[in-house]
Design a protein around this ligand. Sequence first.
Ligand code: SAM
Length: 468
Amino acid sequence: MALFEELIKKYDSLSLNTKNTDIIEFNMNTQIEISQMFENLSEDRSWSFEELTRKDTSYATHGFHKYPAKFIPQLARRCIEEYTKEEDVVCDPFMGCGTTLVEALVSGRKAIGTDINAVAWLITNTKSIPINPDKLNKEVERILNDIEIYLLSSKKQVQKTLSLRTNPIILENERINYWFPNENTREELGIILGRINEIKNKNVKNFCLCAFSNILKGSSIWLMKSIKPTRDLNKKPSTPYKAFSRQIKMMLMGNKELYDLMPEQVRNNLKEHFFAKKQDARSLPCKPNSVSLIITSPPYVTSYEYADLHQLTALWLEYAKDVAQFREGFIGSIHKKEFNHIGIKSELAKQEIEQLNKKSKREAETVRNYFVEMQQCFEEMHRVLKPKGKACIVIGNTELRKVPILNAEVFVEIMLNIGFKIHKIVKRIIPSKILPQTRDSKTGRFTSNHKADRLAYAYEYIIMMEKI
Ligand SMILES: C[S@@+](CC[C@H](N)C(=O)[O-])C[C@H]1O[C@@H](n2cnc3c(N)ncnc32)[C@H](O)[C@@H]1O
């Protein structure tokens, strides 16, 4: 035990000295030692990036689209610079809106990402592929012009003059009517989408679809600050064309910034540097021992329901026939129907599940399934990483029915048991300006601020593990 305490001391001082990238060798096999290690961790404020403004964190394409629980680009960049060199492969199995991938490309690395969410794929693709700014400006001008003429003219005239370029989309879907009760709004969105669908160049088309996707919540009666799908019957939705035009003009500037920032050898050979796929993180599109660094923030259990939150895009772009179908495959979802019965390689996880089981069998089973599925993800990460390659997992702990769900400790235990060793663990305070969510202490679920009785995730961890 004395040796272990020595290591913790050494480890604490090292984590404060952020320039020091020494590998610390731990030899811990028990959950008690892991728990003690976390208890003794001190905060490392250099990973909080408190000085950054919203402008800093949304530079280039990073502000293209809202995305729940995205991490800041500076965090990903620091890991990339510390652990890789140019042309190394960086992978994010839960890429979300592509923060890691954009940062990898801008720093001259190769970027691979997966996400089960088709909306994540659309956003990541748009944010990672710079388009020649002059060509894009001209094309967008034409598109906006066409839509504007269509909207200004009477429909009869328009069908004569613009029938080749604008074919409004009319979707007969009761969920669309539910979120967009105003017929004019639906029509205007249909006209914009119809014009986008006529675009031949797939990168320009995705660029416009991404802009379209980001205006949907504002154009609907979705209660804006809610992270649960809730209707706001008093809301005055924004006018789709105005919102689309504003959004796409902002994106034009971001695209130019990315175009100028991306090293030429990456931009000119993007196919060899960038690969993003709508795919399950348990089956990565990578050869064994090929990846130098994984940076990712996994989904949490029963918190954000990504499929529900992105249902407006999924409905308009017809990614799924309904929300139930769209939810398939999401790890951590409360809506899981089939449970996985593989054993969990973590004693801590088993203790937490046992405690939760006394309060809610259903939730205990959901948490068990979550850890099993995350274990499968870690096994897949181990397969694709090069020996000595690092996996940096950004994760916070949580609570369900007052039972602590110590994700970070459980992940470390599982990863130690499948062939990783600890490189470094950082405890980072999340600056309050980017901590909007609160949790209900009874259910542990996210809730709106006014109903909240405590803050969630005041701090989180970056678990940096190394493949043995
Ligand atoms: C915390 S978010 C990642 C955010 C990301 N770091 C960013 O900056 O945008 C977790 C992601 O995991 C994805 N996800 C959930 N289940 C998945 C699965 N089985 N395979 C791949 N991705 C999954 C969700 O769609 C979500 O985008």
